[in-house]
Write a protein that binds this ligand. Sequence first.
Ligand SMILES: *Cc1c(COP(=O)(O)O)cnc(C)c1O
Length: 407
Amino acid sequence: MTREDCLALDAVDPLAGHRALFEVPPGVIYLDGNSLGVLPKAVPARLAKVVADEWGRDLIRSWNTAGWIDLPAKVGAKIAPLIGAYPDEVIACDSTSVNLFKLAAGALALRPDRHVIVTEPGNFPSDLYILQGLADLKPGLEIRVTPRAELAAALDESVALLLLTEVHYKTGELHDMAALSAKAHEVGALTLWDLSHSAGALPVDLTASGADLAVGCGYKYLNGGPGAPAFAYVARRHQGTFKSPLTGWMGHAQPFAFDDDYLPGMGMARLLCGTPQVLNMSALDAALSVFEGIDMGMVRAKSMALGDLFLTLVQDRCDGLTPACPLGGAQRGSQVALRHPNGYAIVQALIDRGVIGDFRAPDILRFGLTPLYIGFADVWDAVDHLAQIMATEAWREPRYAEVAAVT
Ligand SMILES: *Cc1c(COP(=O)(O)O)cnc(C)c1O
């Protein structure tokens, strides 16, 4: 594969036009959209309007006149088709970590006679930490941390919940959501899927896979901006009985009745806790416009092709890097991961050359492939830089070893 071949692929790529919807900075090949998505062009104007008109001029009236109060449900409904959910099954609110807490605790309340949550080691830290915090609050709760190959065997009738991240944040390995949900249901357990690396990256069908609960991130493949609200999903069949442990006023059936006693709101409204983050939520709302009319099957096909290209070029041109992700596109999310003991310095050397990926301890170089704004020639150029850095050992420069607060 030559650079010309890649340019030819870009020329016939049906998604190539979507790049114009994003502010991709000149001179940058951005392979970190799995950590913070690129700014969609629709966002700055929307934010300016929200700040100047809705906040600055109309002030508190905007809760009604600009529909601020409806944003969590409206944004949730926009996310729903990307994850195979009905519009009234998704709400945008809080962070992924907080939503994990609400849904895991809510799942335990739906299975009061069970005392086990099954999850896997090496998951994103919050997913494990939140369960550890929950265990402190719930004496007798067992967090059964089980390697991926043994998950099905760990499910028995003591299990209330199976919590997994569909696409592993480091290795990009993909779980079979339908098969594992079916296994969990066989023993009467519920499932909670973290879609942080799935939503906006690959087709997800929560309904067809029988998922009970899900959470996901607004600032990765959904491009909602730093600290964007996350989303929560509760299947319709559980909404009537689901109880959030964070019983804030916004989740009340009538927030403006100012009653002393909590009464959960209808449907997903009960997942809300406090006042919506209007600025961030407006940015996410505008950002989601890039998915209008998009065929996620097409996004997936391009994502797998970009990943295959990346891995083939690395194998042909870069010594010393071993794949840490599945080689088969169908088993991989929308990222590739490589392993090297000096991974941190190599990533810094790449960033210095305008190729932005990231490093995940202890030795993973991670490259997100976002088909809406990354093309085949971008991948070729990125690996070209990587090959030069490996061949010249440019990563040995001492400045590349300095570790910043955020990696
Ligand atoms: C990014 C990510 C989160 C992020 O949680 P925040 O509360 O937004 O910091 C949680 N889980 C997974 C699997 C993630 O990839």
